[in-house]
Write a protein that binds this ligand. Structure first.
Ligand code: ATP
Ligand code: MG
Length: 227
């Protein structure tokens, strides 16, 4: 287990609606090796984004353990959570590429400069940044600012940022949600190609059943124990 890319055990997460607790994840476990992909499916509100947030340290579970790239985060052991924020931050800067449901680009930077910044923060040179935008079909928009392009184009720029950081693990939250079928196919092709070429892991939240069956594992969050 120790050398796994990513594993999680016994994850619980609930939110509150007024005074009522609303369980979202109950005793959830997963295990992903390098080169594997995991599709998360389930109805809207079933906890896909919440789980992805937990797997990159942006949300804390109420219970359970996450181990990613040898770093252990055990919510039951305060000692193990020592410096957790700094450790998660380090992982997200260098190893975990996250594509959120809403592309989060820096508004004051062009698309190309957004990609360059991401590469630089991860410690890589910027030589292939324009190339990533080209491969995702938005090379000619590289000088535009995020508010000058469409939502789908922003989403592709966010993917280019993740590709440019050469991550070991990619967490992608409906990365093709605002793309037409043809463009989505091309973007997903790039995602799987990158994953195969670099042998990284991929966790993908999607509503698309055809995309889910292309992944090596599939977890339907509508069918967790306790739901
Ligand atoms: N910060 C929060 N406070 C309270 N409730 C929250 C919070 N974040 C998420 N939730 C609730 O947790 C549940 C799971 O939300 P989540 O965003 O993980 O669902 P999802 O499966 O990603 O849905 P979608 O397919 O619509 O993106 C939802 O009922 C949501 O309203
Ligand atoms: Mg979501």
């Amino acid at each position: 287990m120790v050398d796994s890319l990513l594993w999680a055990r016994g994850l619980d997460k609930q939110f509150r609606s007024g005074t009522e607790p609303v369980p979202v994840l109950t005793d959830l476990s997963l295990h992903l090796e390098r080169g594997e992909s995991l599709a998360l499916t389930g109805r809207s509100g079933s906890g896909k984004s919440t789980l992805l947030n937990i797997l990159c340290g942006l949300e804390m579970p109420d219970a359970g353990v996450v181990q990613v790239l040898g770093e252990t985060f055990d919510s039951g052991k305060p000692d193990a959570m020592n410096k957790a924020e700094a450790r998660w931050g380090n992982l997200r800067r260098h190893q975990i590429g996250v594509v959120f449901q809403e592309a989060n680009l820096m508004p004051a930077l062009s698309l190309l400069d957004n990609v360059r910044l991401r590469a630089r923060l991860a410690g890589h040179n910027e030589n292939d940044c324009q190339d990533w935008l080209e491969r995702l079909g938005i090379g000619e928009l590289s000088d535009r600012y995020p508010d000058q392009v469409s939502g789908g184009q922003r989403q592709r720029a966010a993917l280019a940022m993740v590709f440019a950081m050469k991550p070991t693990l990619i967490l992608a939250d409906e990365p093709t949600g605002s793309l037409d079928h043809h463009t989505a196919e091309a973007v997903i092709g790039q995602l799987f190609e990158l994953q195969a070429r670099h042998g990284c892991g991929l966790v993908l939240a999607t509503h698309d059943p055809e995309l889910a069956i292309r992944c090596s594992q599939h977890m339907d969050l509508g069918h967790q124990p306790g739901t």
